[in-house]
Design a protein around this ligand. Structure first.
Ligand code: GYE
Length: 334
């Protein structure tokens, strides 16, 4: 068993599928509190709590919008909680969702560790927990239902392989890490290290967190460029595009040419990254898709219907390193 509440779950799934197929079920009154017991066949809206990390990057904002849009489309009552980058706020939010008796919980966990206790509370309450984009390290993986997200190790590996080739096997790299302790920071670093281990001429000479934000990416790059060995920097690997874009400003301010003097590779593939590639200032972005809303609600629906879910669904990633057309940039969804 994976912490599924069969009776409530089934009715919740029925409500969801009714709205999926456009049937006019009995409408829940706006703002009325919906508890699992109130949900038992009365046609009330499915209630899902979503604990989001914050709004540190364009990627994160796109993920939030994707979840909210899908909830609206399906007629789900989404309880949204922004944790402002703090795990303690996410723990509080999950606890609140459990206390409210939501039908399911979506959680984008800021860091990997420290979730056992609160996930156990959700499990005991038989509320399925869908992890979005980032994974957790827990003693027992039955503490969550499923994880939907990219393979961050692979993203790091793709970035490292691309860079080793671009630098012809030789160069000094500086690295802007994501949020300390987060799955994408840990795994994008690991994948990159695995890739460059095959190329002894490539080394990381500095590595520091830019916390996935433009402002911090710029600030840390400024410091890197002021260090005594800064002239030897050939490349930047940033764990997300926002940090790379901030760092590109710092590179220009230091009188060096991003994209030429310093090769820049990052992850996410947000619209602004394509603009930077077009401007010749960013060389490569590895895609990480944030549009997880549709899959997340499908997983919640399946869990509530008692279906057995895969422990992880991997969203595939691709590498972009050529100049896009304006049309491509305009059509980009995030
Ligand atoms: O790459 C970064 C964001 O968890 C995959 O978090 C996500 C990462 C994403 O802030 O931009």
């Amino acid at each position: 068993m994976r912490g599924i509440k069969p009776l409530v779950a089934l009715s919740g799934a029925l409500v969801l599928s009714m709205s999926l197929f456009g049937c006019q079920g009995e409408k829940a009154s706006e703002g009325g509190s919906t508890t699992p017991s109130a949900n038992g066949g009365s046609g009330k809206k499915l209630v899902i709590g979503f604990s989001q990390i914050g709004a540190e990057s364009a990627w994160r904002t796109a993920e939030t919008e994707s979840v909210k849009a899908e909830a609206a489309k399906l007629g789900v009552d989404l309880k949204f909680a922004d944790a402002q980058q703090k795990q303690e706020n996410q723990i509080k939010a999950v606890r609140n969702f459990v206390a409210q008796g939501v039908d399911a919980i979506m959680l984008a966990p800021v860091i990997e560790s420290g979730w056992d206790a609160v996930l156990l509370e959700a499990k005991k309450a038989k509320i399925p927990v869908i992890l979005l984009d980032r994974g957790v390290k827990v003693s027992d993986d039955s503490l969550y239902t499923t994880l939907i997200g990219s393979d961050f190790v692979n993203e790091g590996r793709l970035a490292g392989e691309w860079l080793a080739k671009k630098l012809n096997g030789k160069g000094n790299v500086v690295e802007l890490l994501g949020t300390p302790g987060s799955a994408p920071a840990n795994e994008r670093h690991k994948g990159f290290m695995d890739a460059i281990a095959k190329t002894p001429g490539i080394q990381i000479i500095k590595s520091q967190t830019g916390e996935f934000t433009r402002a911090k990416g710029k600030e840390v790059m400024e410091a890197f460029l002021k260090s005594p060995d800064s002239a030897s920097i050939n490349a930047l690997y940033a764990h997300n595009d926002d940090m790379a874009i901030g760092a590109i400003e710092a590179i220009k301010a230091a009188g060096r040419k991003p994209g030429t003097d310093i090769v820049v590779v990052s992850v996410d593939s947000i619209r602004d990254a394509f603009k930077a590639i077009k401007a010749g200032e960013l060389n490569c972005t590895v895609e990480c898709n944030p549009l997880l809303g549709p899959q997340a609600f499908q997983a919640a629906k399946d869990a509530l219907a008692g279906k057995k879910l895969e422990k992880k669904t991997v969203v595939p990633d691709v590498v972009y390193d050529t100049k896009p057309t304006d049309q491509f940039i305009n059509d980009r969804k995030y």
